[in-house]
Write a protein that binds this ligand. Structure first.
Ligand SMILES: NC(=O)C1=CN([C@@H]2O[C@H](COP(=O)(O)OP(=O)(O)OC[C@H]3O[C@@H](n4cnc5c(N)ncnc54)[C@H](OP(=O)(O)O)[C@@H]3O)[C@@H](O)[C@H]2O)C=CC1
Ligand SMILES: O=C(O)CCC(=O)C(=O)O
Length: 490
Protein backbone atom coordinates (compact mmCIF):
# COMPACT_ATOMS: atom_id res chain seq x y z
CA UNK A 1 0.00 0.00 0.00
CA UNK A 2 2.92 2.37 0.32
CA UNK A 3 4.79 3.79 -2.65
CA UNK A 4 8.17 5.47 -2.64
CA UNK A 5 8.14 9.06 -3.87
CA UNK A 6 10.24 12.20 -3.49
CA UNK A 7 13.15 12.10 -1.00
CA UNK A 8 12.78 8.30 -0.96
CA UNK A 9 9.98 8.71 1.56
CA UNK A 10 6.93 6.53 1.24
CA UNK A 11 3.42 7.78 0.56
CA UNK A 12 0.73 6.29 2.75
CA UNK A 13 -2.86 5.99 1.57
CA UNK A 14 -6.17 6.05 3.37
CA UNK A 15 -7.73 2.68 4.23
CA UNK A 16 -11.42 2.75 3.33
CA UNK A 17 -13.70 -0.27 2.92
CA UNK A 18 -10.60 -2.52 3.08
CA UNK A 19 -8.83 -0.76 0.23
CA UNK A 20 -5.78 1.47 0.34
CA UNK A 21 -6.90 4.53 -1.58
CA UNK A 22 -5.58 7.98 -2.48
CA UNK A 23 -7.60 11.06 -1.64
CA UNK A 24 -9.88 12.60 -4.27
CA UNK A 25 -7.77 15.74 -3.83
CA UNK A 26 -4.75 14.03 -5.39
CA UNK A 27 -2.72 15.98 -2.86
CA UNK A 28 -0.48 14.77 -0.07
CA UNK A 29 0.74 16.27 3.19
CA UNK A 30 4.25 15.72 4.47
CA UNK A 31 5.03 14.49 7.92
CA UNK A 32 8.42 15.78 8.94
CA UNK A 33 10.82 14.71 11.67
CA UNK A 34 11.27 17.00 14.69
CA UNK A 35 14.88 15.79 14.84
CA UNK A 36 15.50 17.35 11.44
CA UNK A 37 12.76 19.35 9.81
CA UNK A 38 14.24 18.67 6.37
CA UNK A 39 13.62 14.96 6.77
CA UNK A 40 10.24 13.82 5.47
CA UNK A 41 9.17 10.71 7.38
CA UNK A 42 6.39 10.07 4.89
CA UNK A 43 3.63 11.55 2.78
CA UNK A 44 0.00 11.11 3.77
CA UNK A 45 -3.30 11.94 2.11
CA UNK A 46 -4.80 15.39 2.22
CA UNK A 47 -8.33 14.05 2.38
CA UNK A 48 -11.55 15.78 1.45
CA UNK A 49 -15.18 15.69 2.57
CA UNK A 50 -15.87 13.26 -0.29
CA UNK A 51 -13.25 10.82 1.09
CA UNK A 52 -14.78 11.19 4.52
CA UNK A 53 -18.26 10.43 3.19
CA UNK A 54 -16.91 7.21 1.66
CA UNK A 55 -15.34 6.23 4.97
CA UNK A 56 -18.61 6.81 6.83
CA UNK A 57 -20.63 4.96 4.17
CA UNK A 58 -18.29 1.96 4.53
CA UNK A 59 -18.57 2.05 8.33
CA UNK A 60 -22.36 2.38 8.17
CA UNK A 61 -22.70 -0.52 5.72
CA UNK A 62 -20.49 -2.78 7.84
CA UNK A 63 -22.29 -2.03 11.11
CA UNK A 64 -24.90 -4.75 11.17
CA UNK A 65 -22.70 -7.69 10.10
CA UNK A 66 -19.94 -6.71 12.54
CA UNK A 67 -22.43 -6.56 15.40
CA UNK A 68 -23.87 -9.95 14.46
CA UNK A 69 -20.52 -11.71 14.21
CA UNK A 70 -20.42 -11.70 18.03
CA UNK A 71 -18.07 -10.48 20.73
CA UNK A 72 -16.00 -13.66 20.91
CA UNK A 73 -15.17 -13.62 17.19
CA UNK A 74 -14.32 -9.93 17.34
CA UNK A 75 -11.89 -10.61 20.18
CA UNK A 76 -10.13 -13.22 18.05
CA UNK A 77 -9.35 -10.54 15.43
CA UNK A 78 -7.68 -8.43 18.09
CA UNK A 79 -5.45 -11.33 19.15
CA UNK A 80 -4.26 -11.53 15.53
CA UNK A 81 -3.63 -7.77 15.32
CA UNK A 82 -1.62 -7.96 18.57
CA UNK A 83 0.62 -10.68 17.11
CA UNK A 84 1.20 -8.72 13.90
CA UNK A 85 2.08 -5.53 15.75
CA UNK A 86 4.45 -7.50 17.95
CA UNK A 87 6.21 -8.83 14.85
CA UNK A 88 6.58 -5.26 13.55
CA UNK A 89 7.48 -3.60 16.84
CA UNK A 90 10.92 -2.37 15.73
CA UNK A 91 9.66 -0.70 12.57
CA UNK A 92 6.66 0.90 14.28
CA UNK A 93 8.74 2.18 17.21
CA UNK A 94 11.46 3.57 14.96
CA UNK A 95 8.84 5.33 12.85
CA UNK A 96 7.30 6.86 15.99
CA UNK A 97 10.71 8.12 17.14
CA UNK A 98 11.47 9.63 13.74
CA UNK A 99 8.02 11.15 13.43
CA UNK A 100 7.44 12.66 16.88
CA UNK A 101 10.82 12.51 18.56
CA UNK A 102 10.38 10.42 21.71
CA UNK A 103 13.35 8.15 22.35
CA UNK A 104 13.43 4.67 20.85
CA UNK A 105 13.14 2.82 24.20
CA UNK A 106 10.06 4.93 25.00
CA UNK A 107 8.58 4.26 21.57
CA UNK A 108 9.25 0.53 21.93
CA UNK A 109 7.71 0.51 25.39
CA UNK A 110 4.67 2.28 24.02
CA UNK A 111 4.30 -0.16 21.13
CA UNK A 112 4.60 -3.11 23.53
CA UNK A 113 1.91 -1.45 25.62
CA UNK A 114 -0.25 -1.26 22.47
CA UNK A 115 0.14 -5.01 22.05
CA UNK A 116 -0.86 -5.58 25.69
CA UNK A 117 -3.92 -3.32 25.28
CA UNK A 118 -5.00 -5.32 22.22
CA UNK A 119 -4.68 -8.58 24.15
CA UNK A 120 -6.62 -7.16 27.08
CA UNK A 121 -9.54 -6.18 24.82
CA UNK A 122 -9.23 -9.40 22.83
CA UNK A 123 -9.90 -11.10 26.18
CA UNK A 124 -13.01 -8.95 26.58
CA UNK A 125 -14.40 -11.02 23.74
CA UNK A 126 -14.84 -13.80 26.31
CA UNK A 127 -16.15 -11.73 29.18
CA UNK A 128 -19.71 -10.80 30.11
CA UNK A 129 -21.65 -8.17 28.24
CA UNK A 130 -24.60 -7.78 30.57
CA UNK A 131 -26.09 -8.59 33.98
CA UNK A 132 -29.07 -10.54 35.20
CA UNK A 133 -31.15 -8.39 37.56
CA UNK A 134 -33.97 -9.77 39.73
CA UNK A 135 -37.38 -8.59 38.45
CA UNK A 136 -40.19 -7.66 40.83
CA UNK A 137 -42.28 -10.34 39.11
CA UNK A 138 -40.88 -13.76 40.17
CA UNK A 139 -41.87 -15.30 36.82
CA UNK A 140 -40.01 -12.78 34.73
CA UNK A 141 -36.41 -12.77 33.56
CA UNK A 142 -34.75 -9.39 33.46
CA UNK A 143 -31.28 -8.75 32.11
CA UNK A 144 -29.15 -6.12 30.45
CA UNK A 145 -27.32 -6.58 27.21
CA UNK A 146 -24.61 -4.25 26.05
CA UNK A 147 -24.87 -3.39 22.36
CA UNK A 148 -22.49 -1.38 20.19
CA UNK A 149 -22.87 2.40 20.03
CA UNK A 150 -22.68 2.18 16.21
CA UNK A 151 -20.24 4.13 14.04
CA UNK A 152 -17.54 5.58 16.28
CA UNK A 153 -15.32 8.49 15.25
CA UNK A 154 -11.80 8.44 16.70
CA UNK A 155 -9.60 11.55 16.75
CA UNK A 156 -6.15 11.20 18.30
CA UNK A 157 -3.16 13.42 19.15
CA UNK A 158 0.50 12.92 18.24
CA UNK A 159 2.03 12.46 21.70
CA UNK A 160 1.24 8.75 22.11
CA UNK A 161 1.06 7.88 18.41
CA UNK A 162 0.68 4.13 19.07
CA UNK A 163 -0.99 3.67 22.45
CA UNK A 164 -3.77 6.24 22.18
CA UNK A 165 -5.10 5.03 18.79
CA UNK A 166 -4.98 1.45 20.07
CA UNK A 167 -6.68 2.17 23.40
CA UNK A 168 -9.56 3.65 21.42
CA UNK A 169 -9.62 1.23 18.45
CA UNK A 170 -9.42 -2.00 20.47
CA UNK A 171 -12.47 -1.44 22.72
CA UNK A 172 -14.43 0.20 19.88
CA UNK A 173 -14.00 -2.92 17.76
CA UNK A 174 -14.40 -5.66 20.36
CA UNK A 175 -17.65 -4.14 21.62
CA UNK A 176 -18.98 -4.27 18.07
CA UNK A 177 -18.62 -0.76 16.67
CA UNK A 178 -17.35 0.18 13.25
CA UNK A 179 -14.82 2.98 13.10
CA UNK A 180 -13.71 6.06 11.20
CA UNK A 181 -10.27 6.97 12.55
CA UNK A 182 -8.44 10.27 11.97
CA UNK A 183 -4.96 10.47 13.54
CA UNK A 184 -3.02 13.66 14.24
CA UNK A 185 -1.39 14.69 10.98
CA UNK A 186 1.95 14.93 12.79
CA UNK A 187 1.78 11.23 13.74
CA UNK A 188 -0.04 9.89 10.70
CA UNK A 189 2.75 7.73 9.27
CA UNK A 190 3.00 5.82 12.55
CA UNK A 191 -0.79 5.51 12.55
CA UNK A 192 -0.76 4.16 8.98
CA UNK A 193 1.70 1.46 10.06
CA UNK A 194 -0.62 0.41 12.86
CA UNK A 195 -3.57 0.28 10.49
CA UNK A 196 -1.53 -1.94 8.15
CA UNK A 197 -1.38 -4.45 11.02
CA UNK A 198 -5.16 -4.33 11.49
CA UNK A 199 -5.59 -4.74 7.72
CA UNK A 200 -3.30 -7.80 7.67
CA UNK A 201 -5.40 -9.44 10.38
CA UNK A 202 -8.23 -9.60 7.83
CA UNK A 203 -10.95 -7.47 9.39
CA UNK A 204 -14.17 -7.58 7.38
CA UNK A 205 -14.78 -4.79 4.86
CA UNK A 206 -15.68 -1.39 6.21
CA UNK A 207 -15.18 -2.22 9.90
CA UNK A 208 -12.14 0.04 10.28
CA UNK A 209 -11.64 3.09 8.08
CA UNK A 210 -8.54 5.25 8.31
CA UNK A 211 -8.45 8.74 6.88
CA UNK A 212 -5.76 11.40 7.14
CA UNK A 213 -6.37 15.10 6.69
CA UNK A 214 -6.47 18.38 8.51
CA UNK A 215 -8.31 18.79 11.77
CA UNK A 216 -10.44 21.59 10.41
CA UNK A 217 -11.67 19.58 7.39
CA UNK A 218 -11.63 15.91 8.38
CA UNK A 219 -11.88 16.34 12.17
CA UNK A 220 -14.66 18.88 11.97
CA UNK A 221 -16.34 16.98 9.09
CA UNK A 222 -16.36 13.88 11.25
CA UNK A 223 -18.09 15.57 14.17
CA UNK A 224 -20.75 16.98 11.87
CA UNK A 225 -21.33 13.73 9.96
CA UNK A 226 -24.89 12.42 10.01
CA UNK A 227 -23.70 8.78 10.30
CA UNK A 228 -21.68 9.43 13.47
CA UNK A 229 -23.04 7.76 16.63
CA UNK A 230 -20.20 8.41 19.08
CA UNK A 231 -16.95 10.39 19.10
CA UNK A 232 -13.84 9.86 21.22
CA UNK A 233 -11.20 12.60 21.20
CA UNK A 234 -7.84 13.22 22.89
CA UNK A 235 -6.06 16.51 22.33
CA UNK A 236 -6.09 20.17 23.22
CA UNK A 237 -8.55 21.91 25.48
CA UNK A 238 -9.91 24.25 22.81
CA UNK A 239 -10.65 21.61 20.22
CA UNK A 240 -11.90 19.19 22.89
CA UNK A 241 -14.46 21.69 24.13
CA UNK A 242 -15.63 22.40 20.61
CA UNK A 243 -15.97 18.66 19.85
CA UNK A 244 -18.06 18.25 23.02
CA UNK A 245 -20.27 21.19 22.07
CA UNK A 246 -20.95 19.89 18.56
CA UNK A 247 -21.58 16.38 19.81
CA UNK A 248 -24.00 17.54 22.50
CA UNK A 249 -25.91 19.62 19.97
CA UNK A 250 -26.29 16.73 17.55
CA UNK A 251 -27.07 14.14 20.21
CA UNK A 252 -23.88 12.15 19.62
CA UNK A 253 -22.24 10.35 22.52
CA UNK A 254 -18.84 11.85 23.37
CA UNK A 255 -15.72 11.13 25.36
CA UNK A 256 -13.15 13.91 25.54
CA UNK A 257 -9.69 13.70 27.09
CA UNK A 258 -7.80 16.97 27.26
CA UNK A 259 -4.93 18.39 29.21
CA UNK A 260 -3.50 18.47 32.68
CA UNK A 261 -1.38 20.60 35.00
CA UNK A 262 -0.22 17.72 37.09
CA UNK A 263 1.27 18.45 40.51
CA UNK A 264 3.69 16.42 42.58
CA UNK A 265 3.85 17.16 46.31
CA UNK A 266 7.09 16.36 48.11
CA UNK A 267 6.49 16.18 51.86
CA UNK A 268 9.25 16.63 54.44
CA UNK A 269 9.09 12.91 55.31
CA UNK A 270 9.49 11.74 51.68
CA UNK A 271 12.25 9.53 50.36
CA UNK A 272 13.90 12.37 48.46
CA UNK A 273 15.90 10.25 46.03
CA UNK A 274 12.74 8.45 44.92
CA UNK A 275 10.91 11.74 44.63
CA UNK A 276 13.65 13.29 42.49
CA UNK A 277 13.76 10.29 40.17
CA UNK A 278 9.96 10.32 39.75
CA UNK A 279 9.80 14.07 39.16
CA UNK A 280 12.49 13.86 36.47
CA UNK A 281 10.80 10.94 34.77
CA UNK A 282 7.31 12.44 35.05
CA UNK A 283 8.34 15.89 33.88
CA UNK A 284 10.94 15.23 31.20
CA UNK A 285 10.28 11.85 29.57
CA UNK A 286 8.69 12.27 26.16
CA UNK A 287 10.02 15.84 26.45
CA UNK A 288 7.17 16.63 28.85
CA UNK A 289 4.57 15.98 26.17
CA UNK A 290 2.18 13.79 28.13
CA UNK A 291 -1.18 14.90 29.43
CA UNK A 292 -0.08 13.22 32.67
CA UNK A 293 3.35 14.92 32.76
CA UNK A 294 4.52 16.48 36.01
CA UNK A 295 4.59 20.24 35.60
CA UNK A 296 4.39 21.77 39.06
CA UNK A 297 6.27 20.44 42.04
CA UNK A 298 5.10 21.63 45.44
CA UNK A 299 7.74 21.10 48.11
CA UNK A 300 7.47 21.51 51.89
CA UNK A 301 9.68 24.35 53.16
CA UNK A 302 11.62 22.11 55.56
CA UNK A 303 13.25 20.19 52.66
CA UNK A 304 12.85 22.71 49.81
CA UNK A 305 16.54 23.55 49.42
CA UNK A 306 17.87 20.03 49.72
CA UNK A 307 15.26 18.71 47.27
CA UNK A 308 16.06 21.51 44.79
CA UNK A 309 19.77 20.74 44.95
CA UNK A 310 19.22 17.04 44.27
CA UNK A 311 16.78 17.81 41.44
CA UNK A 312 19.24 20.18 39.78
CA UNK A 313 22.08 17.66 40.04
CA UNK A 314 20.01 14.94 38.34
CA UNK A 315 18.62 17.29 35.67
CA UNK A 316 22.14 18.24 34.64
CA UNK A 317 22.81 14.60 33.72
CA UNK A 318 20.05 14.52 31.09
CA UNK A 319 21.32 14.06 27.55
CA UNK A 320 19.26 15.72 24.82
CA UNK A 321 19.39 14.79 21.15
CA UNK A 322 18.33 12.30 18.49
CA UNK A 323 16.23 9.68 20.28
CA UNK A 324 17.45 6.92 17.97
CA UNK A 325 20.86 7.12 19.67
CA UNK A 326 21.33 4.91 22.73
CA UNK A 327 22.98 7.56 24.88
CA UNK A 328 20.15 10.08 24.47
CA UNK A 329 17.61 10.37 27.31
CA UNK A 330 15.39 13.17 25.96
CA UNK A 331 14.40 13.95 22.37
CA UNK A 332 13.17 17.17 20.76
CA UNK A 333 9.78 18.86 21.03
CA UNK A 334 7.45 17.15 18.57
CA UNK A 335 6.83 20.07 16.22
CA UNK A 336 7.71 23.67 15.43
CA UNK A 337 4.45 24.66 17.16
CA UNK A 338 5.34 22.83 20.40
CA UNK A 339 8.90 24.18 20.27
CA UNK A 340 7.63 27.77 19.94
CA UNK A 341 5.07 27.27 22.72
CA UNK A 342 7.71 26.02 25.15
CA UNK A 343 10.08 28.88 24.28
CA UNK A 344 7.23 31.34 24.84
CA UNK A 345 6.47 29.86 28.27
CA UNK A 346 10.14 30.13 29.27
CA UNK A 347 9.91 33.87 28.52
CA UNK A 348 6.52 34.15 30.25
CA UNK A 349 7.98 32.52 33.38
CA UNK A 350 10.89 34.97 33.46
CA UNK A 351 8.64 37.99 32.90
CA UNK A 352 6.33 36.86 35.70
CA UNK A 353 9.27 37.01 38.10
CA UNK A 354 10.09 33.31 38.45
CA UNK A 355 13.80 32.38 38.38
CA UNK A 356 15.01 30.01 35.67
CA UNK A 357 17.56 27.89 37.54
CA UNK A 358 18.17 25.23 34.89
CA UNK A 359 17.84 24.65 31.16
CA UNK A 360 15.35 26.24 28.82
CA UNK A 361 18.11 26.80 26.29
CA UNK A 362 17.68 26.13 22.59
CA UNK A 363 20.44 23.79 21.42
CA UNK A 364 22.44 24.77 18.37
CA UNK A 365 25.24 23.27 16.32
CA UNK A 366 25.36 20.63 13.60
CA UNK A 367 23.08 17.93 14.89
CA UNK A 368 20.64 20.38 16.51
CA UNK A 369 20.19 23.19 14.00
CA UNK A 370 17.33 21.67 12.05
CA UNK A 371 15.61 20.07 15.04
CA UNK A 372 13.37 21.34 17.83
CA UNK A 373 15.76 20.81 20.71
CA UNK A 374 15.89 22.53 24.05
CA UNK A 375 17.22 21.58 27.47
CA UNK A 376 14.93 20.59 30.37
CA UNK A 377 13.96 23.67 32.37
CA UNK A 378 13.33 24.32 36.07
CA UNK A 379 11.82 27.51 37.48
CA UNK A 380 12.31 28.49 41.12
CA UNK A 381 10.38 31.15 43.10
CA UNK A 382 7.14 30.29 41.34
CA UNK A 383 3.87 31.60 42.79
CA UNK A 384 0.75 29.48 42.48
CA UNK A 385 -1.11 32.05 40.39
CA UNK A 386 1.59 32.51 37.73
CA UNK A 387 0.73 31.33 34.23
CA UNK A 388 3.57 28.78 34.31
CA UNK A 389 1.89 27.26 37.39
CA UNK A 390 -1.61 27.34 35.88
CA UNK A 391 -1.44 26.57 32.15
CA UNK A 392 -0.53 23.35 30.37
CA UNK A 393 2.87 23.90 28.71
CA UNK A 394 3.28 20.41 27.23
CA UNK A 395 7.05 20.62 27.31
CA UNK A 396 10.02 19.89 29.61
CA UNK A 397 9.39 22.63 32.17
CA UNK A 398 9.04 22.30 35.96
CA UNK A 399 7.60 25.02 38.20
CA UNK A 400 8.91 24.64 41.78
CA UNK A 401 6.60 26.02 44.48
CA UNK A 402 7.26 26.15 48.22
CA UNK A 403 4.52 25.26 50.74
CA UNK A 404 4.64 25.49 54.53
CA UNK A 405 2.92 22.12 55.09
CA UNK A 406 1.02 19.33 53.34
CA UNK A 407 -2.33 21.05 53.81
CA UNK A 408 -1.11 24.14 51.98
CA UNK A 409 0.59 21.97 49.35
CA UNK A 410 -2.72 20.22 48.55
CA UNK A 411 -4.44 23.62 48.19
CA UNK A 412 -1.74 24.71 45.71
CA UNK A 413 -1.97 21.37 43.90
CA UNK A 414 -5.73 21.82 43.47
CA UNK A 415 -5.41 25.44 42.35
CA UNK A 416 -5.84 24.71 38.62
CA UNK A 417 -8.71 24.24 36.21
CA UNK A 418 -7.37 20.75 35.35
CA UNK A 419 -7.74 17.52 37.31
CA UNK A 420 -6.00 14.65 35.56
CA UNK A 421 -3.18 13.24 37.68
CA UNK A 422 -1.36 14.11 40.93
CA UNK A 423 1.27 12.50 43.15
CA UNK A 424 2.48 12.84 46.70
CA UNK A 425 5.77 11.61 48.06
CA UNK A 426 5.45 10.92 51.77
CA UNK A 427 5.96 8.20 54.36
CA UNK A 428 3.25 9.63 56.61
CA UNK A 429 0.00 7.67 56.41
CA UNK A 430 -2.02 10.66 57.63
CA UNK A 431 -0.67 12.85 54.81
CA UNK A 432 -1.34 10.28 52.15
CA UNK A 433 -4.88 9.65 53.40
CA UNK A 434 -5.56 13.39 53.40
CA UNK A 435 -4.18 13.60 49.86
CA UNK A 436 -6.45 10.78 48.62
CA UNK A 437 -9.46 12.55 50.17
CA UNK A 438 -8.73 16.11 49.11
CA UNK A 439 -6.99 15.97 45.75
CA UNK A 440 -9.26 16.76 42.78
CA UNK A 441 -7.94 14.43 40.06
CA UNK A 442 -8.85 11.21 38.28
CA UNK A 443 -5.45 9.55 38.85
CA UNK A 444 -4.16 9.67 42.43
CA UNK A 445 -0.57 8.48 42.78
CA UNK A 446 1.29 7.86 46.04
CA UNK A 447 5.09 7.60 45.97
CA UNK A 448 4.89 7.17 42.19
CA UNK A 449 5.31 9.55 39.26
CA UNK A 450 2.31 11.41 37.84
CA UNK A 451 2.65 9.86 34.37
CA UNK A 452 2.22 6.23 33.40
CA UNK A 453 -1.13 4.54 33.27
CA UNK A 454 -2.20 0.94 33.77
CA UNK A 455 -4.16 -0.31 30.77
CA UNK A 456 -6.53 -2.41 32.91
CA UNK A 457 -7.66 0.52 35.09
CA UNK A 458 -9.92 3.50 34.34
CA UNK A 459 -8.09 6.49 32.88
CA UNK A 460 -9.39 10.06 32.77
CA UNK A 461 -9.65 13.29 34.64
CA UNK A 462 -11.87 15.56 36.69
CA UNK A 463 -12.61 19.29 36.26
CA UNK A 464 -11.35 20.68 32.92
CA UNK A 465 -9.34 17.59 31.99
CA UNK A 466 -12.16 15.75 30.26
CA UNK A 467 -15.81 14.99 29.72
CA UNK A 468 -17.65 11.72 29.42
CA UNK A 469 -16.87 8.29 30.80
CA UNK A 470 -13.39 6.94 31.45
CA UNK A 471 -11.12 5.23 28.93
CA UNK A 472 -9.25 1.91 29.31
CA UNK A 473 -9.89 -1.13 31.47
CA UNK A 474 -13.47 -2.29 31.73
CA UNK A 475 -14.55 1.35 32.12
CA UNK A 476 -14.19 1.71 28.33
CA UNK A 477 -17.32 -0.39 27.87
CA UNK A 478 -19.40 2.50 29.20
CA UNK A 479 -18.56 4.66 26.22
CA UNK A 480 -18.45 2.08 23.43
CA UNK A 481 -21.77 0.41 24.27
CA UNK A 482 -25.38 1.23 24.94
CA UNK A 483 -27.44 -0.83 27.39
CA UNK A 484 -30.64 -2.65 26.49
CA UNK A 485 -32.65 -3.67 29.55
CA UNK A 486 -34.64 -6.76 28.61
CA UNK A 487 -37.71 -7.97 30.50
CA UNK A 488 -39.17 -11.37 29.59
CA UNK A 489 -42.43 -12.60 31.07
CA UNK A 490 -42.90 -16.32 30.81
N1 LIG B 1 -4.37 15.50 26.21
C1 LIG B 1 -3.37 15.19 25.42
O1 LIG B 1 -2.90 14.08 25.45
C2 LIG B 1 -2.87 16.16 24.45
C3 LIG B 1 -2.93 17.52 24.69
N2 LIG B 1 -2.46 18.39 23.78
C4 LIG B 1 -2.50 19.82 24.09
O2 LIG B 1 -2.87 20.51 22.93
C5 LIG B 1 -1.90 21.46 22.54
C6 LIG B 1 -1.89 21.61 21.03
O3 LIG B 1 -1.67 20.36 20.38
P1 LIG B 1 -2.36 20.06 18.99
O4 LIG B 1 -1.70 18.98 18.30
O5 LIG B 1 -2.51 21.35 18.27
O6 LIG B 1 -3.79 19.51 19.51
P2 LIG B 1 -5.15 19.48 18.72
O7 LIG B 1 -6.24 19.41 19.70
O8 LIG B 1 -5.18 20.54 17.69
O9 LIG B 1 -5.06 18.08 17.94
C7 LIG B 1 -5.58 16.87 18.39
C8 LIG B 1 -6.36 16.17 17.28
O10 LIG B 1 -7.50 16.96 16.92
C9 LIG B 1 -7.49 17.21 15.52
N3 LIG B 1 -8.17 18.48 15.25
C10 LIG B 1 -7.62 19.72 15.05
N4 LIG B 1 -8.59 20.63 14.80
C11 LIG B 1 -9.76 19.97 14.85
C12 LIG B 1 -11.12 20.36 14.68
N5 LIG B 1 -11.46 21.63 14.42
N6 LIG B 1 -12.08 19.43 14.81
C13 LIG B 1 -11.77 18.15 15.11
N7 LIG B 1 -10.50 17.72 15.24
C14 LIG B 1 -9.51 18.61 15.14
C15 LIG B 1 -6.02 17.19 15.16
O11 LIG B 1 -5.84 17.03 13.77
P3 LIG B 1 -4.52 17.62 13.04
O12 LIG B 1 -3.37 16.91 13.61
O13 LIG B 1 -4.74 17.25 11.63
O14 LIG B 1 -4.51 19.08 13.31
C16 LIG B 1 -5.56 16.00 15.98
O15 LIG B 1 -5.93 14.80 15.36
C17 LIG B 1 -0.63 20.93 23.17
O16 LIG B 1 0.30 21.92 23.36
C18 LIG B 1 -1.15 20.37 24.46
O17 LIG B 1 -1.31 21.40 25.39
C19 LIG B 1 -1.97 17.95 22.58
C20 LIG B 1 -1.88 16.62 22.30
C21 LIG B 1 -2.30 15.63 23.23
O1 LIG C 1 0.86 8.70 31.14
C1 LIG C 1 0.56 7.97 30.20
O2 LIG C 1 1.13 6.91 29.98
C2 LIG C 1 -0.57 8.35 29.27
C3 LIG C 1 -0.62 9.80 29.04
C4 LIG C 1 -1.64 10.20 28.07
O3 LIG C 1 -2.65 9.59 27.94
C5 LIG C 1 -1.45 11.37 27.24
O4 LIG C 1 -0.47 12.08 27.38
O5 LIG C 1 -2.32 11.61 26.38
Amino acid sequence: MEMVTKNNSATFKNFINNEWVSSQSNEVLESISPMNKNEVVGYVQKSTQEDLDKAFKAAEDAKSAWRKIGQHARGQFLFKVADIIEQNIDDIAETATREMGKTLPEAKGETARGVAILRYYAGEGMRKNGDVIPASDKDALMFTRRVPAGVVGIITPWNFPVAIPIWKLAPALVYGNTVVFKPATEASVTAAKIIECFAKAGLPKGVLNFIVGSGSVIGQGMIEHSSLNAITFTGSENIGKSVAKWAAESGVKYQIEMGGKNPVIVAKDADLDNAVEAVISGAFRSTGQKCTATSKVVVESAIYDVFKKKLLAETEKITVGNGLNDEIWMGPCASQGQFDTVKDYIEIGKSEGATLIAGGEVLSGDEFDNGFYLTPAIFDNVKADMRIAQEEIFGPVIALIEASDVEEAIKIANDTKFGLSASIFTSNIGSLMEFIDEIEVGLVRINAESAGVELQAPFGGMKGSGYGSREQGEAAQEFYTEIKTVFIKA
